[in-house]
Design a binder for this molecule. Sequence first.
Ligand code: SAH
Ligand code: SF4
Ligand code: F3S
Length: 459
Amino acid sequence: MKAMIVTYGCQMNEYDTHLVQSQLVSFGADIVDSVDVADFVLLNTCAIRGKPVEKVRSLLGDLRKIRARRPLVIGMMGCLAQLEEGQQMARKFGVDILLGPGSLLDIGKALESNERFWGLAFRDELHDHVPPAPAGQLQAHLTIMRGCDHHCTYCIVPTTRGPQVSRHPDDILRELDSLLVAGVQEVTLLGQNVNAYGVDQGARVGGYPSFANLLRLVGRSGVRRVKFTTSHPMNFTEDVAAAMADTPAICEYVHLPVQSGSSRVLRRMAREYTREDYLRHVADIRKHLPHAVLATDIIVGFPGETEEDFQDTLSLYDEVGFDSAYMFAYSPRPGTPSYKHFDDLPREVKTERLERLIARQKEWSARKNAAKVGTIQELLLRGEAHDSGFLEGHTRGNHPTVVPKAVGVTGPGVHLARIEHATPHMMYATLVDSAGNALPELPKLNPEAAALTSPLAMA
Ligand code: SAH
Ligand code: SF4
Ligand code: F3S
């Protein structure tokens, strides 16, 4: 079988793609990256906003056309698969296999079945299952919990991914070990709300450390860099900031979505914190980690958001100074509590607010990144950049960075670099040794010598 998985959505979906892909490989499948050669195409779907949903609808249409000409198994997994909206689409386009986020391990059964197979249960086995480490990668995701117990009024995730279930620390550490053996240098712990790790286990909490202590456990395992996402401000405790400060492997990067700077809007979103609470968390983080890099998520145009509410978001921006932000226009999702409110802001207002916010964030990213010029940063280099003389990677603070190759550093690895130049979205650096001296550049190819040895010159 030649199988292809197309992934939409967040890092949790990327993790799940890896999990299902490794199952497919264990059944003898070849993983391919073109629909033209695939006989099984599996869409890993997202339902967070209207756009990814429409994308899947149009892809399913394309796949159905291909199947009219030749045999093709069509599958759908991930968040949209769990929703009635997705199942209707699946029926309409004749999807053969449909797996919700809790039923991924049914993939084997689904492929053996001769009829349409739909798996929608939330199964705990998923937590005991340790997928093989990704081959040849320095970075990996590690799921520490699934689902979400919050009920933010705009959000579909509690419906698609079910209630929060934390993974047992032994399973987390087992997976971490296999990643370390495979040479992984940076691990990102994943959950919708990692700060609430373990709280769903209630009385059984004995075996489950707090998130801060889980961070310490993971950080002391020998892994070089640890990141985590996402933190919900309501469950953020100062101890998490303290754990970050006392455990060197934990990167000083915090992704703490605020969603709005207006307490009135936050209340209507059911975020369960106020603007002031959020600012207190930021102060705690800065107290323990003065150089912490802060990222956030924002939704503009929530139903009933006034210009004044939006001004509160802009002023929160200036009070905090985020290094980066993921900014979205509110997208009404059927089945969420806020759906019944009229999506009352005209599209132009939402777009205009989003543009103003993006412009403000660009200013802050420019300012924050410029302040890093001249500093030495540890880069995890993933491989060649678009220009083959360069490598691309990211800092501990998640800044995308580009460096020219140097003697001894021509491929993936973790290296120090001095930031030479910064734009709002990219940093440009040179590789240095531990004393801060630039590594020698690669010898420049002499154009005349190159001409002599080129196949054209010999012909
Ligand atoms: N669990 C994370 C967020 C997961 S969803 C948290 O609570 O922080 C990722 C982001 O998508 C959210 O932070 C939010 O900013 C955005 N989002 C979620 N639902 C949305 C909607 N209906 N419209 C627009 N953006 C949305
Ligand atoms: Fe959605 Fe809120 Fe849960 Fe995040 S915390 S996944 S925004 S319901
Ligand atoms: Fe992620 Fe989208 Fe689901 S953001 S949790 S894949 S709805």
